[in-house]
Design a protein around this ligand. Structure first.
Ligand code: NAP
Length: 304
């Protein structure tokens, strides 16, 4: 059977596209992935999504999005797409050996947190190394932690971590922050936050859990050890676009390029959410672009 619409990815963008396309009676098939729900599954309180004046937990919000999509007939496959072929109609989407075909595709595979790339960073992931302060901050009550990165995410997380940690050390590779002025001011004003400039993390120390970092001053070349119980990595995100390499146009960082709303370079293939947006990266903007993708897809299908 050829589907009308397959949606790949199940964060706020994909689930909003599912709500709109299912209400338009296009009976979307969503391939939600093993780790369904996207980045909001890694957050706690969402306080800036309109309609929730007292806030809502990220996973609970995604559950509500999913139920709403299901209510109008969205079908879900809780597996990962392993390959796609968009070279001809109908488009082909593979989940292992299983092939699904569709007249239109909406891509909402999002982005994932970047890692520094150290062997021990991976090994100690979840044992003191984390990419999500809001998820894991509370585990570091009365401890000293470090955070890597000089952007808004890093400042936001450093400030959040001061609720729990006794001291938060920002380790940044340059001598100035990339973060916006307001975030910088807030971080500089917080006495629990310290900065180590011009410094990279060379290794994460600890056998069973993080006990410290080996850091290196890039100006002097000098290495030293910093005693911390946690390392928060906040150095940006990578779009999840590996599947589409060679088929869809991407910018130099791998984000899908969209034009006229959510259209990719292949007519009938649309992209929404963080996979095509490295600027706003909010649940509300992702949801908004998911709605746009659904409307764009509906219009194309109406003329096919
Ligand atoms: P970002 O702005 O790209 O900042 C990444 C930071 O990590 C930079 O300071 C960068 O250093 C550093 N970095 C990158 N790779 C590194 C590596 N391998 N080793 C060490 N350091 C590394 O990313 P972001 O902070 O996640 O923010 C992304 C976007 O979301 C931005 O547009 C931001 O404004 C927005 N955002 C806004 C808010 C808010 O307004 N509340 C909150 C979060 C995010 P360099 O500076 O040297 O390049």
């Amino acid at each position: 059977m050829t589907e009308k619409i397959i949606i790949i990815g199940s964060g706020p963008a994909g689930l909003t596209a599912a709500i709109y396309t299912s209400r338009a009676d296009l009976k979307p098939l969503m391939i939600e992935g093993y780790q369904a729900g996207g980045q909001l599954m890694l957050t706690t309180d969402v306080e800036n999504y309109p309609g929730f004046p007292t806030g809502i937990m990220g996973p609970e919000m995604m559950d509500l999005f999913r139920k709403q999509a299901e209510r109008f007939g969205t079908r879900f496959i809780t597996k990962n797409v392993t390959r796609v072929d968009f070279s001809k109609q109908p488009f082909q989407v593979f989940i292992g050996d299983k092939k699904e075909e569709s007249e239109a595709i909406i891509i909402s595979t999002g982005a994932s947190a970047k890692l520094i790339g150290l062997k021990n960073e991976k090994r100690l992931m979840g044992k003191g190394v984390t990419t999500c302060a809001t998820c894991d901050g509370a585990f570091f009550r009365n401890m000293e932690v470090a955070i890597v990165g000089g952007g808004d995410s890093s400042m936001e997380e450093a400030l959040f971590l001061t609720k729990f940690a006794t001291k938060v050390t920002v380790v940044h590779r340059r001598h100035e922050l990339r973060a916006s002025k307001i975030m910088q001011d807030r971080a500089f004003a917080n006495k629990k936050i310290q900065f180590i400039w011009d410094t990279t993390v060379e290794d994460v120390l600890g056998e069973k859990e993080v006990t410290g970092l080996r850091i290196k001053n890039v100006k002097t070349g000098q290495t030293s050890d910093l005693k911390v119980a946690g390392l928060f990595v906040a150095i940006g995100h990578t779009p999840n676009t590996q599947l589409f390499k060679g088929q869809l146009e991407m910018d130099e960082n791998g984000y899908l390029i969209t034009h006229d709303g959510t259209k990719t370079n292949i007519p009938g293939v649309f992209a929404c959410g963080d996979v095509q947006d490295h600027v706003y990266r909010q649940a509300i903007t992702a949801a908004g672009s998911g709605c746009m993708a659904a409307i764009d897809a509906e219009r194309v299908l109406a003329h096919s």
